[in-house]
Write a protein that binds this ligand. Structure first.
Ligand SMILES: [Zn+2]
Length: 427
């Protein structure tokens, strides 16, 4: 599998095809449907069995135009800020919101200045902590501002929020992501601002704390629409009802083509199955690729998959998720009891021989497969080098050029090899 995969690098071709098949793959959009149609045809052309869609009800939201100008003083011309609406935000009126700004670094600081927040735009300007080695932890430590910032600020009478984009980079690309409102709290518009623009705004506020921001967000909510997860199998020859799942999510934020997040995981899942067929292996248990819908707006596809009527009579042994970018894979993660990793340590040298320096480690999992854990399914996943992931994450920079064909392929190979062993030996 290693030689075939590295020679052909088909995962990257698939990623190019997936991206070309759709504009934005935002949940509920026509682009997301086009991507499903395209990948369904890819699975059929590759000879997968049981290729089908399973319905998922998702919410459709669209962003529209988005602008922000700083009006520092009547004598100076306005300064444009690079902003984007956060996913799920309400829009402003067509005329937009013009209001003074209060800059804070934390919810505690906001609380301590709650009188001052009334009628203002709250600017959450907490950079991601560079001293945290694990990028997902640094991200997680700040993501609360994006998710809950609008609800917290609205409790104190704020009229909008702007959050500093969640990336280590300093550039002019805003990064979007999910935000949530709270019942009983006014719904105020929420935007992200690029890191360089956040620094600029902070500097301008230092000169003039009374400056105004004029924010216009054209986003709209269209309510529920029907969409789907996409499934394709290599049917097991001896125990077809026992399933090893490999999955990623086909929806993506709309600022870019979502190459790493999570086009990479989708094509690695499909490429893993293709590689297994290419070497002529007939798995004893079923190996399944699942392209989940709507991870970004809260994981609806994963929940629908776990409770779909099609699951009756199926027994999932392990589910692997690839949703940490298509970077150089370092390890295959496996959850379950600590003893499980110990029991299967013999797999580690084999995984290392595929270029994954850490081999088999404890870990993995993800939003889409998490609901399967309730059914006792062991969760695992691909663990790539995430050092650059947030450079691209949820922004216009997450495009094909950001993905390296060889690194992407190595992930597919590692998933194919691990899934094949489990398909033959069980776990
Ligand atoms: Zn993702």
């Amino acid at each position: 599998m290693l030689a075939i995969g590295l020679h052909e690098e088909r995962a990257f071709d698939m990623l190019r095809g997936l991206i070309a098949s759709a504009g934005s793959r935002l949940t509920g959009s026509p682009g997301a449907e086009a991507a499903l149609d395209h990948m369904r045809q890819v699975m059929l052309d590759l000879g997968f069995s049981n290729v089908h869609r399973e319905p998922v009800t998702v919410n459709r939201w669209e962003r529209g135009t988005e602008t922000a100008q700083v009006e520092a003083s009547p004598q100076r011309s306005a300064v444009e800020l690079a902003v984007c609406a956060l996913g799920g935000s309400v829009g402003t009126s067509e005329a937009g919101i013009k209001a003074p700004v209060i800059e804070v670094r934390s919810f505690e600081e906001l609380k301590s200045q709650k009188q001052a927040a009334r009628g203002k735009i709250v600017f959450f300007n907490q950079p991601m902590d560079r001293t945290i080695l694990e990028p997902f932890r640094a991200y997680g430590a700040n993501a609360d501002h994006r998710v809950r910032g609008a609800a917290e600020a609205a409790k104190y009478g704020a009229v909008a929020v702007i959050i500093r984009s969640l990336t280590f980079r300093r550039d002019r690309f805003p990064h979007t992501g999910l935000m949530r409102y709270e019942d009983g709290v006014p719904r105020i518009p929420a935007a992200a601002v690029a890191t360089e623009d956040a620094d600029r705004l902070s500097g301008l506020l230092g000169e003039n704390s009374e400056l105004l921001i004029h924010l216009t967000l054209g986003c709209r909510d269209f309510g529920p629409v029907e969409s789907a997860n996409l499934i394709g199998d290599l049917r097991g020859s001896e125990r077809p009802e026992e399933i090893i799942l490999i999955g990623g999510h086909v929806d993506a934020w709309d600022l870019g083509p979502g190459a790493h997040d999570d086009g990479a995981g989708c094509v690695q899942s499909v490429e893993a199955l293709r590689l297994i067929r290419a070497v002529g292996l007939v798995p004893k248990r079923t190996i399944r690729a699942v392209l989940f819908m709507d991870e970004e707006f809260g994981g609806t596809g994963g929940r629908f998959y776990a409770r779909a009527p099609e699951r009756k009579g199926e027994k999932h042994l392990v589910a692997f998720e690839s949703d940490r970018g298509g970077f150089l894979p370092l390890a295959v993660g496996l959850g379950g009891s600590p003893g499980l990793i110990q029991k299967h340590q013999a797999w580690s040298p084999l995984i290392k021989s595929l270029g994954l320096v850490q081999g088999l480690v404890s870990g993995g999992g993800g939003v889409d497969i998490a609901p399967l854990a309730e059914q006792g399914v062991i969760l695992g996943g691909l663990i790539p080098d995430a050092g650059r992931y947030f450079d691209f994450h949820h922004s216009a920079l997450d495009d094909l050029a950001a993905v390296h064909p060889r690194e992407l392929e190595l992930g597919a190979i590692a998933l194919a090899v691990t899934a094949s062993i489990i398909a033959q030996e069980g776990i």
